[in-house]
Every structure is written in structure tokens, then in C-alpha cells.
Write a protein that binds this ligand. Sequence first.
Ligand code: TYD
Ligand code: MG
Length: 452
Amino acid sequence: MSVVRKKFVCQNCGYESIQWLGKCPSCGSWNTFSEEIEKKTKTHQISSRKHEVKSIFALNNEKLKIDSIRIKTGIKEFDRVLGGGLIQGSIVLIAGDPGIGKSTLVLQAVSNIESKVIYVTGEESLEQISLRASRLKIKNENLFILPETNLNLILEIFEKEAPSVVVIDSIQTIYRDELDGSPGTIGQIRECTAQLMEFAKKYNVAVIIIGHITKDGLIAGPKALEHIVDTVIQFSGEKNYSFRILRAIKNRFGSTNEIGIFEMQENGLKEVENPSQIFLAEREYGSSGSVVTSIIEGTRPILVEVQALVTPSGYGMAQRVTTGFDLRRLSILLAVIEKRLNYKMSQNNVFLNIAGGVEIDEPAADLAVCSAIISSIKDIPADSLTCVVGEVGLGGEIRGISNLEKRIQEANKLGFKEIVTPVQKINIKFSDLPIKIVQVKTLKEAIKEILE
Ligand code: TYD
Ligand code: MG
């Protein structure tokens, strides 16, 4: 006999209630409750929830060493972000906007694995997948495609075929028929993921789940899913640029500091080993408003170009528009420039762009932003072989930043002649490097060095 229970679930955070609510008491969003019916029947249940531990284990058992159970995908950037490879018995969630390249990335990653892989496709037909595989020149005899969306049937096949890695593309298309909510609702997503987790643990399989991000930038079925899985990896990038960044936002088996950079090309994603060179490739030398800075993405330094355009606003309201940089941070920097260097910023439009679709979220780029703005105001180009790093304080002072050594090394490696930095201790001796290090105390001093 089945028991039918009705409940209302917030589609944003998974909060459950027995009645419909306009506003979610848990996450505060409006109109997110939808009705779900839960039928509890005895069908395919993988695990009996009995208490099963029958023995004790030595902690320094060789078999429990993480690296012995990692499966390498052979895509270096991907393995690095995972912390060294896929872990058997764990779930990785790959999240990103539709069309960003998640299916391509995962298909490429599993195509190098030497043990049996099953790729479940709920979004694309067998023909579409094989078309993609031939475009990516994938030939792997251990890779099997399963076009199916019913989780019970999928799990039956998994149990029969005993793969070592499985891919679910995407979690939004998979459903369990014990639950009446349509695929993609939070109830279905959460329940399916929990089932997959049980499967992963029981059979020691590495599970990769692909999930779309909702419009608000949340991973659909967001927080609820994040606790269940072991690793959450975000695949992002600007649609109009070909760069894609892979970033771990949660990792039970590795650090969340690493990022992987890819470029989407005609025949799939290519790893980018020297990102700075690519981000600076289209730079126009000798034009005003352009300054190069060194940011830290994950644990790697990357050189990027900051572009500013300042124009008189006439009688209209001065506009501030940024891409890849925080608008509030820009307002603060403009106030500092106005107060400390006496430029009338309120009568100027300021447009700021970080070239290549890169997002900057560290204060170390402040000085480059200020210099680019002033370079545009004065219409004096900055030296194209000078790199600029440093945080700008409200008093117009230049403050110390993290990882200065790495930033200097990267600028040196790419042939920059000079780097302008805060006055701070440098832990490596750079006297033997060709790059000249100029330490500055104030914004005024820095501008003098960069533009005069
Ligand atoms: P896809 O992996 O389908 O994205 P997702 O699974 O995240 O929805 O990739 C979609 C885009 O990638 C599509 O617009 C076409 C482009 N693409 C290439 O540019 N080169 C390629 O080799 C492939 C396979 C896709
Ligand atoms: Mg896809």
C-alpha cells in the first residue's frame, strides 16, 4: 500500500511546509512554493538503512589513502581542480549556465578513462551525443551512452553493468517515479541526488552530476544539493568570449583554491596553460586608458588588462559602467581620485572593462584601475611594459597585497620591464631578475611613476 503525502516545497532552498506560503521563512524568497506529492512505496531501494558496521578499521590502511582511489581523467586542468582526479565512491557536481560547455567538458574528461564509463543523457539524443563525440574525435571503447531519464531504470542498468564512473547529464532531467513532482523540481533533484549518493557509496563508483544554474546564479536545487554532494565545481565564462573557468566551490577531497582555464574551440575545449599570454594577446599598445595588472586566480598569477574610458558627462548624470569589476569598488576609487588628486569625477562618465571577460574581485587591482582611469583622463598612455599592482586605501595610500612574489615572477616571465608595487617586504630576492621593481607609497607617487 502506498502512503500519499502532500507538501509544499520552496524551489529555491528546499524548505518544506504543509501549507502554501507566499514568502519562504527560510530563504526569504517570494512565490517559490510549489506542491509536491510524495508517494512512499516499496520499489527499487538500493540500500537497506540497517546499521551495517560490523568491524573496525585501521585509519592508516593503504586502501583508505585518497590518492590510491583517484581516477585521473587526463585533462590536467580538470584533475587539478578536483584535487588530483575523481574519487571513487563520491559525487562531483558540475554546475554552470546552459550552453557554457558542461557536456563537452565532461565528455572530453571521461573519454580518457580506462575503466568502464556510463554517460546518461537526459537532454540530448543518442545521435546528438555521437555527433558531438565525433566532433571531439573521441574513440573510447569503455565509454557507453545511456539515453534514459527514469532513475530507477538507470540504477538497475548501473548495477548490472558495474561501471567505475557514471555521468548524469543533467540532474534536472532525471526523475524517480515514486515522486509525483516533475523532473527538475527541488524534490526530484534532491531525492535523485541522494539515491545516486547511496549508489556511489555502495558500489564505490565515481559519479559526475551535471546541473544547470538558475537565472539567479544559484545551482538549481541549490543549497539542498550542495550538502549532499562531495564536490561542487562551477564552470563559468562569458558567452561572448571563448574562455571558460573551472573553479571548485566545495571540495571534500581537495582545496578550493585551484582553477582551470579552458578555451572553447571548434573541436572542443582546450586547456590553457599560459593564460596571461592569451589575456594580453589583443592588447593595443600605446593607447591611453590601458594598464596591465597581475591578479591571483586560485593559486596562479594571471596578467590581465584593465581598460578605462573617461568622457565628459555634459549636463547629464555621470555614468559608471563596469564589466568584470565591482561597481561599488569603482565608486570608492573614484572618490579617492577626486579627493586626493583633485580630478572632478562627478562631471565625467567612467567606463571600465577587464579585457577577455575576466572577473576581478581582489583589491590588488585597485591601483591598476586608478591608473587606467587617470591615463584616460589625461590621455597619456601608460608604459606598455609596466605592470601595476596594489590596493588603494581611502587616504590615497597604496597598501600591501598578498602573493606579491608570484605576481612579480609572472610579470617578469612575460617580459615586463617594470612592476609598480606597494612598499612591502618581498620574500624572494629579485635583484637578479631583469624586471625593475618600483615601490610606491601613495597614489600620487604611483601615477607619477606610471604616467610621467
Ligand atoms: P555544451 O557542452 O552543450 O554546453 P552545456 O552542456 O553546458 O549546455 O556546449 C555548448 C556550446 O559549445 C555550443 O554553443 C557549441 C559550443 N561548442 C564548440 O564551440 N565547440 C565544440 O567542439 C563543441 C562540442 C561545442
Ligand atoms: Mg549539456
